[in-house]
Structure formats: C-alpha cells, structure tokens
Design a protein around this ligand. Sequence first.
Ligand code: ADP
Ligand code: MG
Length: 530
Amino acid sequence: MASATETGRQATAAPAPRPPAIELRGISKSFGAVQANKDISIRVRPGTIHGIVGENGAGKSTLMSILYGFYRADAGEILIDGRPTVIPDSQSAIRAGIGMVFQHFKLVPNFSVLENVILGAEDGALLRPSLAKARKTLADLARDYELDVDPDALVEELSVGHQQRVEILKALYRHADILILDEPTGVLTPDEADHLFRILRGLKAQGKTILLITHKLREIMEITDEVSVMRRGEMVATVTTADTSPEQLAELMVGRKVLLHVPKGPANPGREVLRVSDLHVTDALGVERLKGINLTIRAGEILGIAGVAGNGQSELLQVLGGFAKGTVSGMIAVEGAQIPAAGKGATGQTRRQIGISHVPEDRHHLGLILDFAAWENIAFGYHSAPEYQANALFMDNDAILRDTEGKMDRFDVRPPDPSLPAKSFSGGNQQKIVLAREIERNPVLLLVGQPTRGVDIGAIEFIHRRIVELRDAGAAVLLVSVELDEILSLSDRIAVMFDGQIMGERLPAETNERELGLLMAGVARTAGAA
Ligand code: ADP
Ligand code: MG
C-alpha cells in the first residue's frame, strides 16, 4: 500500500495502527426459525486476549464455528489482519492462521501425542524424517509456552488438562496466530485452569491473539483485555475488562440486574439429620467408587461436596438417593433411623415418605421424563401423595394440574404451560420444574446435584435463593457441585472428594479456591484432612 510506505519514511510519525486481528462485520446465521447470530460486528485487537460471554444459546459457538469454517454465515464479512477472508472450511481457517481448541477434544485416543499433533498437518507426516522434525518443533513449542507433554505418551493415557495442551500444540504446530478456545476450563481442576491461563498469557506475550469463550465471569476478569457480551444472538457490548465488573457483565448478559451471590445469613444448625458411616460402593466392574465415606449434616445447614467430576460424588448422590449401582456396605441414617441402600426401610417407608428429596445431577435421566407433560413430571415420584388422590383408585388430574400451575408460577417456569412436554423447556426451566417438585415437599433432607449445570445466570440466582430458603426453613442440604463458586457461596461446610474419599472438610470463610483445588487434586496438606 502506498500510504504505508509513505508513513514508513517519516521517522517521527506514529506507526500506522495494526488492523484488528479479526474483524467481523454484520454476520448473521439462522438455523431454520432460530436466528443464532444477528448482524454481529466485532473487532479483536492483535496480541490481546478477548473474551466472549453470553448465556446458553446466546450464539457464541455458532459465531466461532463461522470463524472456523464449520458454518457459512448467511450474511456478513470476515477480515483477518484487515484482509477480507472467505472461510468455507477449517482448512481455510488454518491457512488464515486460525486455530481452534475444541470443547470436546478431537484427538485420536490410541495415537501418541506426536502423531496427533502432526496428523493431517502435512502429507506423509508419519514418515520418519517428518517425525524427527516435528519432535524438535514440539519440544521448542513446549519449552516456549509451558506446554510440556510427553510426545510419546498415548493420548488416551493423558489427563484432560494434558489433552487440552495437545490441542493447543496442534494449533500452534499449524502456525496459528489466532487461537479460539470454547469453554476450555469446564473440564479442568482449578490448578489445571491456572496452568492454562499461564500458557495463554505466554502466547499473548508472543503476539498471539486469543478468543476465549467462557461463562465464568471470574475467568473473564482475570485474564482478558476486552470482553464482548452476546445476548439472544446479538452482540450487546464490547468493553475493556479493566473498566467493567462481573455484576455489569451479568447484567449485560441477562438484560437485567442479577445477584451473583445470593444473600445468606449464618447457619443455625439443629439436630443431626443425616449420618453416613464408612460407606463403600463397588460398581459392577469391581471398581470401588466410594471408599469409606463419613459425614453428617444437621438441620438448617448446607454441606457442599466439592470435587472434580468423577471422584465418587455421583455415586454418593445415587446411594443416598436409593439408586446405587453395585455393592454397598456401611451405614446411612436419617434422623437416627437407618435406611437401606435401596428400597424401603424398616418402617416400610420410601425415601420420599421419610422426607428425602432428590434433585439428581442428570435431570434428563433421573429427574424428568422428557416426553411427558410438565404436570405429569410434577407428580413423578409423588403419585401416592394424598393431595393427588381422587379416591382409592384414581389420581386427581385436576388437582395435579392446579398444583403444577402454582409451582410454575412460584418458580417462574417459562412458558407456564403444564401441558407442554418437559423436553420443550430450556435447561434452566427444566431444572426449575424438578426443583419445584422436590423443594415444595418441605423435605427434611434435600440431596441436590449440579443444580445449575446448563442453567443461565438469571435462573442460577433464583435456584440459589430457593436452596438457601429451604435451609433457613430447617432442612439439611447436601449439595454436590463441580462449580467451586457455587460451593463457596452456598455451603456452610465444605467437604472435598477425591478418588472416592473425603480429603478434608473446611469452613468457607477459612478456605479459598487454591486450598480446595489442592484437596480436589488429592493433595492433603493439613491436619484437617480425614
Ligand atoms: P452458545 O454457544 O452461546 O450457547 P450456540 O451458538 O450453540 O449458543 O446456539 C445459538 C442458538 O442456535 C441456540 O438456540 C441453538 O439451539 C441454535 N443452534 C446452534 N447450532 C444449531 C444447529 N446446528 N442446528 C440448529 N440450531 C442450532
Ligand atoms: Mg457454546
């Protein structure tokens, strides 16, 4: 360009500003009747970490898929480094210098790290000379960016954190200057997430541009330079991170003010409600999933179970909820009376009849029957409740319908139509249906797993409020969550699970994410560990 040469000659003139690494102009994309992206424009400055936030379904992944050549936009333009660029497929994206780290990794499990990195990058890549050259390149990348992974390890033997590093190495090996990460920390421990952030900072220092999609506002505040907020397919704002706050971002995402931490007074623990002693569960394959769990919960208190998914939390909820798979030993007592691992207790009462409510981790599997109407789901598990009986033989469908309308109203389920099948509600509204059913029974013990997984910020506030209210009304609550924020803001006591055991118990006011993260990784440090 002539003008660039002009300015180049004038030594005193300020250098011409670099064009945005990525510029999107007026991108639109529909899937049938759903307009996932509406006239979206955004500029991402080179060498920065740019966050994108938005509730579920806001259109973030669609936008990134357009940038990576998975989808063609219906309208709009993409400019890379100021040049209009057409990206019809991912090969073109790679040629344009764009790398993508997928939410669900696309690595070949029984290939080595080295093989995965070079696979598809060049013809004949798996031939010996290429392998040697690639090994050297990989070692350089690993050294420059704290991306250490054993090049000869099989991918299937790596932790998720390491698999993610392989995905990043793969992109860098293809000379990516722009890296897109879609919800990268969902699968990581806090320590692994810290490590990832160090890698991203290193990449930024080398001039790479990073697009980070995350729903975790803390991560946005910690690592991004700028952040763009999407709502219902539209780009509502782009702000400088240093000039914003989690509260402002949440408000932009939802379109109204939301409380990120529900107000909660100190607990008033009363009588002991749940006691679990030396509980073991061995699954059908002979793997011991719970290795001697001991815990108690009192009335009016929330015990939070923190941990990386897959460390026995699911099995704990299942056995307490009466759905244990495999062999169980040990003792479970509710209000002093022992209950069996499955079925009715000595008194002939079911778990629900003795006042145990259960909001399962997987609402689609155990919580709801998706093809059944909302009102049928509200009665699910409570068919014998007296208020639902017309007479000895028949259920009173009108009574269930009226009750469902009330619950939908009080729990702000949208749309408030009891006749709609459960599957036609959004994730957050499905969760409210399950919570309404379980919480309004005024249980003595609420078992609740991942209450806000896949649920929007506005609904999270609502759900957290209901759980705290139930505690204040005197229920004992066992909360299992992989979201540390949620554990820290709701729990009165926190127990950390690792490898089927409780690594230690902490008071929220006397611990922090770092210490909990160490316990979650199996590192017990102090006398507090069990
Ligand atoms: P986000 O990543 O912000 O959660 P998505 O981009 O995945 O949002 O989705 C935006 C909207 O587009 C949602 O309503 C989603 O259901 C819809 N959508 C996304 N991908 C498809 C697809 N392949 N077919 C139909 N609808 C889709
Ligand atoms: Mg997405």
